[in-house]
Design a protein around this ligand. Structure first.
Ligand code: PEP
Ligand code: MN
Length: 284
């Protein structure tokens, strides 16, 4: 893609692997279905959706949610096993047991899974995770990024709530520089002076990043807004702005969720959203 306005082709991007100078064409990431029968593509112009609870809590919750989001058309099941919580007294995830539940979903539903890593020492536990997420808190963790740059798995890199696009792209550069070119960027909201939403969703980041880099860019309206009623409009806005996918939190019983229940959609709302999105993807 050519730069619409060469003023936004900044000097700092010169020579970077994330830039379009050496690779003008979009990166397309291929994720094989667990049974090997097909692949899911990210970055090919489609809109794959990653959905699931913020935090994996119980086997029943995980399987019920995974079946619901798969039925609604989600391409990936996403759930956190290791959670970086703001308070040390909050639930920090089922850890290895959570990743075992994800392996079960993967096998039983033939659905690729996404989960967040917080420590490179946990990598051996992530063998059955198809896309490894780096959360906004760790976007600046150069040691973790360097470790992940040496593995052969796609990495989903979330923008820190206080990162500029330059900082996000330089974090992604750590992954590419070490040899891992399977990187997906995620806009998940930035912190502004507005207290009505959890963060402010920077929709303009999506088309702008897509000009600056060949990497796929997805959007996470759940963390960006914190408000379930904003997830549908923001998902549609992200889709129209050119997002390569969406990440959406879904919980079967948001009132009882151990983390981020206030922003979760229930499966019925998620199903409605997926139907609405179909209209937009047909139009794109
Ligand atoms: C999450 O994806 O559940 C999460 C904690 O996201 P972020 O790192 O964007 O806050
Ligand atoms: Mn969450």
């Amino acid at each position: 893609m050519a730069f619409i306005n060469s003023n936004i082709s900044p000097d700092w991007l010169d020579g970077l692997l994330v830039g379009r100078q050496d690779q003008p064409e979009d990166t397309i990431i291929e994720i094989e279905l667990p049974d090997g029968s097909d692949t899911v593509l990210v970055g090919d112009g489609s809109l794959p959706v990653m959905a699931g609870p913020c935090t994996l809590e119980t086997r029943e919750q995980v399987l019920e949610t995974a079946m619901a989001v798969k039925h609604a058309g989600a391409a990936f099941f996403r759930g956190g096993a290791f959670k970086s919580r703001t308070s040390p007294y909050d639930f920090s995830g089922l850890r290895a047991e959570g990743l075992e539940l994800l392996s079960e979903v993967r096998r039983v539903l033939n659905m690729p899974v996404v989960s967040e890593i917080v420590n490179a020492a946990h990598l051996p536990l992530f063998e059955d995770v198809d896309i490894i997420q780096v959360g906004e808190r760790n976007m600046r963790n150069a040691e973790l990024l360097t470790e992940l740059s040496h593995i052969d798995k796609p990495i989903l890199l979330k923008r820190s709530h206080s990162a500029t696009l330059k900082e996000l792209l330089l974090s992604a550069e750590y992954l590419l520089a070490g040899g891992n070119r399977q990187v997906i960027l995620c806009e998940r909201g930035i912190r502004t002076f507005e207290p009505m939403t959890r963060n402010t969703m920077d929709i303009s980041a999506i088309p702008l990043l897509k000009e600056l880099t060949h990497l796929p860019v997805i959007a996470d309206p759940s963390h960006a807004t914190g408000l379930p009623q904003l997830i549908k409009p923001m998902s549609m806005a992200a889709a129209v702005a050119g997002a390569d996918g969406l990440m959406i939190e879904v919980h079967t019983c948001p009132d009882e969720a151990l983390c981020d229940g206030g922003q979760a959609l229930v499966p019925e709302e998620f199903t409605e959203l997926m139907a609405k999105l179909q209209g937009i993807t047909d139009f794109r």
